[in-house]
Design a protein around this ligand. Structure first.
Ligand code: FAD
Length: 351
């Protein structure tokens, strides 16, 4: 049997909840479908030592401040999960868990949402599927030849399982730097980055990132020169464990190797390093597979958007994937505004 809701939100992480908050405020009927069994989105699956790059008060969703975590300036992922679980309950957001959305189709005046627990018919759809379910691995020669273990950021939990092993961490972003820092002292670490690590100033946190992303969006909107946004500040937020490892001289990056061998990696000059494990901290892509049938993807794999609205399907809004769907929209502090704008546009669409 097909169920109906004016709006179907796909994904019950922070972006889906922020959408639910604003849809509820505007009195718009909606349901939030989430594949997972428990609240918290991707935060349920990050590594044990992960800490936010901002204090709690600057990591809040609309309507409710994140409470401080006892004894910590920078909350950990478990704290974010409890905050999201509490947020969902407090605003009575209609989340249905264990519902995997496989496809969205056009169906006359509706969008038909196919899920593992039956179909939905909606007048508008919000995609808040995040990126965690689409880890990206670069095509590096020899990847299949390597006989050791390879994993991606999404599979890394703690340094304990790598004790004494020769581990190569690939990636000069936040995940690479944090996981490399996590492994210092436990594993025999080699950290490899495509360019020299670029740390943001030590006193910069999520607020500054949000401001930089907003300033960039504003500049672009009025035709001014691109300010470069967050990327102009650097790639790595110097959260305390990263700062400590860096200052102790334990985070010395090597340039990217050119290939993997059966037992390690090799650089262009012929230098080699043997390894038991390679951890690919090489990023993510937006999880947009359910929208394949709508044929909206542009050249870079992105769906073209005007704000959060898909240009070629105005009944679809995208939330939380990065600056292209709103300044800093892939952060806790940044998702509120795009979620509000999407809810308002949906209200206008529904009349
Ligand atoms: P997610 O949290 O991934 O939630 C998406 C939900 O949708 C998931 O529950 C997923 O199961 C579900 N879903 C996906 N596809 C489907 C489908 N087809 N059908 C049904 N359900 C589906 N941000 C900060 O503000 N501060 C930080 O300090 C910070 N640190 C970060 C550190 C790391 C290592 C990473 C990776 C990100 C960090 N971020 C941080 C960024 C950001 O806050 C997270 O990426 C955030 O989890 C994105 O939220 P989301 O709701 O968009 O996606």
């Amino acid at each position: 049997m097909t169920q109906h809701s004016d709006v179907v939100v796909i994904g019950g992480g922070q972006s889906g909840l922020a959408a639910g908050y604003h849809l509820r405020r505007l009195g718009i009927e909606h349901v939030i479908l989430d594949a997972q069994a428990a609240p918290g989105g991707a935060w349920q699956h990050t590594w044990d030592s992960l800490q936010l790059f901002s204090p709690a008060a600057y990591s809040s969703l609309p309507g409710r401040f994140m409470p401080a975590q006892e004894g910590e300036v920078y909350p950990d992922a478990a704290h974010v999960v409890s905050y999201l679980a509490d947020y969902e309950k407090r605003y009575e957001l209609p989340v249905q868990r264990g519902a995997w959305v496989s496809a969205v189709h056009r169906d006359g005046p509706y969008l038909r949402v196919e899920t593992s627990s039956g179909d939905w018919r909606a007048r508008a759809v919000v995609s808040a599927t995040g990126t965690w379910t689409r880890p990206f691995l670069p095509a590096v020669p020899g990847r299949r030849d390597f006989t050791g273990r390879q994993l991606h950021t999404v599979q890394y939990r703690s340094p304990a399982e790598f004790t004494g092993q020769r581990v190569i961490v690939v990636g000069g972003g936040n995940s690479g730097a944090q996981i490399a820092a996590d492994l210092t002292g436990t594993a025999e670490l080699t950290w490899v980055t495509q360019r020299l690590p670029r740390y943001l100033a030590d006193d910069i946190d999520g607020r500054a990132l949000f401001d930089a992303a907003t300033a960039r969006r504003r500049a672009l909107d009025v035709g001014r020169t691109d300010t470069g946004g967050v990327a102009s500040l650097g790639d790595i937020v110097a959260v305390p464990p990263v700062r400590a490892a860096r200052d102790a001289g334990l985070l010395c990056a090597k340039p990217m190797f050119t290939r993997l061998t059966a037992t390690g990696v090799e650089w262009a000059d012929g230098a080699r390093a043997e390894a038991d494990v390679v951890i690919w901290c090489t990023g993510f892509r937006p999880a947009l597979a359910p929208f394949a049938a709508l044929r909206l993807r542009g050249a870079r794999g992105h769906i073209a958007t005007d704000g959060t609205r898909a240009v070629d399907e105005p009944r679809l809004h995208l939330l939380g994937y990065g600056d292209w769907t709103g300044p800093a929209s892939a952060t806790l502090i940044g998702i509120g505004r795009p979620a509000r704008d999407a809810a308002r546009q949906i209200r206008d669409l529904l009349g």
